[in-house]
Write a protein that binds this ligand. Structure first.
Ligand SMILES: [Zn+2]
Length: 209
């Protein structure tokens, strides 16, 4: 049985750990949020993108959007957590427009890591379309709703298309402080925030590499 002194010491230690953890969480982060280039250069991010795209294409010809969120630690931006969202509904590809509403993956609200120290640094979703489905929509670009939602959240977005990956929005989250999800809380999909003349960037990185 623990002595009173031991119990007292343990309680003190426990309180000290809780207090230092609370103080640490309240301090501004000093790390630089990872950029889209930093994230695209990571093998775990690439593997997650490939897996998401692969999960979007079903052997029976049905497709569904897949996606998720990338989080980084406020105290070590190389410490990354990737969380997948539930996929959209299975749908038949449509030759003229593969983005029928029912196959769209919902990224709102984001699922958060259990640790308070992580902040979302990007989201991602697939635009599944492939010539093996009998349709040709290579590199189906981000929609206006995609772009509007990503700018509203002020957090970079990746759209993983059949041949390449598009990047949308800021080059990185501005700071590793603020809300745990999107840098600015997003309540609903919107086209209202698309900057005039904005065009998403088609990256050289490909899902087939
Ligand atoms: Zn989209």
């Amino acid at each position: 049985m623990a002595s009173n002194a031991q119990v007292c010491w343990n309680v003190f230690l426990g309180a000290f750990v809780l207090l230092t953890s609370a103080i640490r969480q309240s301090l501004p982060s000093t790390v630089t949020p990872p950029s889209v280039t930093d994230l695209l250069g990571r093998s775990d991010v690439q593997a997650a993108f490939r897996q998401a795209y692969s999960d979007s294409i079903w052997p029976n010809g049905l497709i569904q959007e897949q996606g998720g969120w990338i989080y980084a630690n406020r105290f070590d931006a190389t410490d990354i957590v990737i969380i997948r969202a539930s996929g959209g509904q299975l749908a038949l590809p449509v030759a003229s427009d593969n983005l029928q509403g029912n196959l769209v993956v919902s990224l709102l609200p984001p699922a958060l890591p259990s640790s308070y120290n992580y902040r979302m640094v990007a989201d991602f979703h697939t635009h599944p379309a492939h010539t093996s489905n009998g349709i040709a929509l290579p590199d189906d670009p981000p929609s206006l709703v995609d772009i509007g939602a990503i700018f509203a959240g002020q957090t970079p977005g990746f759209v993983i298309a059949s041949e390449h990956t598009w990047t949308v929005g800021p080059n990185s989250r501005a700071t590793m402080d603020g809300p745990r999800g999107y840098a600015v809380t997003v309540d609903a999909l919107t086209e209202a925030n698309v900057p005039q003349g904005y065009a998403p960037v088609l990256q050289g990185w490909t899902v087939s590499d």
